[in-house]
Design a protein around this ligand. Structure first.
Ligand SMILES: *Cc1c(COP(=O)(O)O)cnc(C)c1O
Length: 361
């Protein structure tokens, strides 16, 4: 049994959640866009400062719904240095993922390498704000505009972040957020799409509720990916405590940086200028360190500390894709030397010290 896990879900006080769900018992309205769903939609629209927001039962289905709602066909340029969900969403929607390498500095898609991958069949770019590192949106937008491509961000790691004062949710044509239990803000399972064009409202709605537009009209072959009232209630509670939870993450992040900065062969996640971070993860690159990433992982495990090889393997090395990871050498290398150390709101200072003691030997 691990004493310190890589993550631990934030929880509101038990009584607060019970109080939040009392009205669900009274109304017996458990799902299908009820009162809690409406309240959370409104709260998130304000929090993320976006014109359009649509809630889903998880982030993955939110991403699939977005790709379908935009009626995309052909090839989507994306990054292999991400969670399975990003690449699977593209493939499961009948689109072809085309893998672009990432930048050495912040692990996000390299805009300079996008253009060479564009063909007649390219319809969109799907970058990832990996570990909350914000993509170079200006450069990505410029390529997209020049070629008439849509930009859909996987913003699963970037909830609540801002870049030069602007909410990250306002970038691109649409951004997917995940509210999975392990994320900075969660609804147990859950997710959302933030978007700027009102015209996406109905297509997204149809994707999550069987294409039903009125009791006797079904316009498209949509699926079911609605967020329930219980999920939305958890979100309303967690949103009230978000700032305290973030402050605790920042304290753990600061302690890690104090202990690990300047250690030869150990590289910490960059702090991007102008970005208000959320400290969602604490990824470390062991590159030329006295121990390999796998050795550090095993040493921590032997002390009851569970880190995570996140992301390893890169998605273009998955058995289910016919791709060659050597074509994205930066992503391949990162996947071999990255390790996410434990990071969550309740991680104590002395636990961070213990983790650092083990990995510094
Ligand atoms: C968590 C995550 C997802 C999927 O979100 P779910 O809510 O778990 O479906 C997609 N992309 C990235 C990068 C993620 O971390």
């Amino acid at each position: 049994m691990d004493r310190i896990n890589v993550t631990r879900s934030s929880m509101p006080p038990f009584e607060e959640y019970c109080e939040e769900i009392r009205s669900i018992w009274e109304s017996r309205w458990l799902t299908n866009m009820g009162e809690k769903h409406e309240a959370l939609t409104q709260a998130l629209r304000e929090k993320l400062e976006v014109p359009g927001i649509s809630l889903f039962t998880n982030g993955h289905l939110a991403l699939e719904a977005t790709l379908r709602a935009l009626d995309l066909r052909g090839e989507v340029i994306t990054t292999p240095f991400t969670f399975a969900s990003t690449t699977h969403a593209i493939a499961r929607c009948g689109l072809k993922p085309v893998f672009c390498d990432v930048r050495e500095g912040d692990y996000t898609i390299d805009p300079a390498k996008i253009e060479a991958l564009i063909t007649r069949d390219t319809c969109a770019i799907l970058p990832v704000h990996v570990y909350g590192n914000i993509c170079d949106d200006a450069a990505i937008e410029a390529v997209a505009r020049a070629h008439g491509l849509k930009v859909i961000y996987d913003a699963a790691h970037a909830f609540g972040e801002r870049v030069n004062g602007v909410s990250v949710a306002r970038l691109g044509d649409a951004s997917m957020f995940s509210f999975h239990a392990t994320k900075v803000f969660h609804t147990i399972e859950g997710g959302a799409v933030a978007y700027r064009d009102e015209a996406l409202t109905t297509p997204l709605q149809m994707q999550k509720n069987y294409g039903i537009t009125s009791p006797e009209t079904v316009e498209v072959c949509g699926g079911n990916s609605k967020m329930s009232e219980f999920q939305a209630a958890m979100g309303l509670c967690n949103l009230r405590h978000l700032d305290e939870e973030l402050a605790k993450r920042f304290r753990a992040d600061a302690r890690y940086r104090e202990r690990l900065s300047g250690v030869p062969g150990v590289r910490l996640n960059p702090i991007q200028p102008g970005v208000e971070r959320n400290c969602a993860y604490f990824p470390v690159l062991f590159d030329g360190y006295k121990w390999t990433r796998d050795e550090v992982f095993e040493r921590l495990l032997a002390h009851g500390i569970r880190a995570r090889k996140y992301f390893y393997p890169a998605t273009n090395a998955f058995d289910c894709y016919d791709a060659d990871p050597r074509k994205t050498p930066v992503a391949l290398h990162l996947s071999q030397c990255v390790l996410c150390l434990p990071m969550y709101a309740g991680l104590a200072q002395d636990e961070v010290d213990e983790i650092c003691d083990v990995l510094l030997g």
